[in-house]
Structure formats: structure tokens, C-alpha cells
Ligand binder design. Structure first.
Ligand SMILES: [Zn+2]
Length: 191
């Protein structure tokens, strides 16, 4: 079984847009993210993006365009010496009640099944409570970042009883923390 770092897309890797990322021009990578992907890749863990893309079923963007954006994202990571091993996305609107839209853990479960990932030994970085909740639902370690929707969302961690979730400025800081965890095996809980 392999381990993975799961990453949300909008607000973690690229700038979040309230009106959705609908084309390549609107896909703007956040500062330091490509270097962070290189660091995460160096751990040997899989790097997997899991993303709610309800804009697809809202009719705002086609699957083809979303997948074009994901190819660009993966190419940028690779050009920077990192990698994104896979991308899983949910095309559904909230009212469709699917199993894959975060906070449900369907995307994580599907990724784990296909790529043989041990979820309780994995990390999930997101800018939203729904990312934290999806991670906790499968026993993965959640990390929250303050980019994207993070500032508004992190303020709600305490009221949700999630005050112990580690919070970071951005993906580079979260990646540095993960590397410290990985570099200190004695510090890992032996349960
Ligand atoms: Zn879905």
C-alpha cells in the first residue's frame, strides 16, 4: 500500500474564483506552489489532486476544458521537477447528492481503490472545511491553508470542534510541515 498527499485544487494550487475557473486563462497558479509540488514529490508519496468541479454540471465549463486545465497543471508540475500523479474530480452540483462531492470522501476512496493508497497514512491539504471533513472521514491527516477560501473557512474550525487541525499560510508552508513529519519517523505516533 502506498501513501499519498491529497491536494484540493482551487484555492490551494491555483487562485480560487467565486465564479469558478472556466478556462485555461483563469487557471492561475499560486506563488511557491510548483516548488512545493517538487518537495512533496521528493517524499516518494503519491501526489493526488481531488477537486469539486460543480461548474461542469452547472453547465459553465466542459469536461474537456477541465481536463485540459488538469493536463496543464500536471505539465507545470513536471516542468518544475515535481509531479501530480493523478487528478480525481466531482462534476456534480450539491443538490445531486452524489458520493464524490467533498465533504463526502468518495474522491479519496476512489483514488485509494485505484492507486492502492493507505488513507489513514496519508495527508489532505485544503482551503475549506469540506476538505478537512473528507480527510477525517477516511482517517487521513487534514491540513488547512489560508489561501483561497482558507481565511474565512479556518475561522470556522473551532466552532466545528476542529481546533487541532494544523493551519498554514499556503501550500509551501504545509508542504514544509509534511516534510518535517516525514523526516522525523520517531515523532510519528506508533499506534
Ligand atoms: Zn460528485
Amino acid at each position: 500500500m502506498r501513501r499519498a498527499v491529497f491536494l484540493d485544487r482551487d484555492g490551494v494550487i491555483n487562485e480560487n474564483r467565486p465564479d469558478y475557473v472556466k478556462n485555461l486563462e483563469e487557471f492561475v497558479v499560486l506563488p511557491g506552489v510548483l516548488q512545493a509540488l517538487r518537495l512533496l514529490g521528493s517524499t516518494g508519496m503519491l501526489v493526488i489532486v481531488v477537486s469539486n468541479q460543480s461548474a461542469i454540471n452547472r453547465g459553465l465549463v466542459s469536461r474537456e476544458t477541465v481536463e485540459e486545465i488538469h493536463r496543464r497543471m500536471m505539465d507545470l508540475a513536471q516542468a518544475a521537477g515535481g509531479r501530480i500523479d493523478a487528478v480525481f474530480y466531482c462534476p456534480h452540483r450539491p443538490e445531486e447528492g452524489c458520493e464524490c462531492r467533498k465533504p463526502r470522501p468518495g474522491l479519496l476512496v476512489e483514488a485509494a481503490r485505484r492507486l492502492e493508497v493507505n488513507l489513514p497514512e496519508s495527508y489532505m491539504v485544503g482551503d475549506a472545511l469540506s476538505d478537512v471533513q473528507a480527510a477525517l472521514a477516511v482517517g487521513a491527516q487534514p491540513l488547512m491553508v489560508l489561501t483561497g477560501r482558507g481565511r474565512e473557512q479556518a475561522a470556522r474550525l473551532l466552532e466545528q470542534g476542529l481546533g487541532k487541525v494544523p493551519v498554514f499560510e499556503d501550500l509551501p508552508e504545509a508542504a514544509a510541515w509534511i516534510l518535517r513529519q516525514e523526516g522525523a519517523p520517531a515523532g510519528r505516533c506508533p499506534v
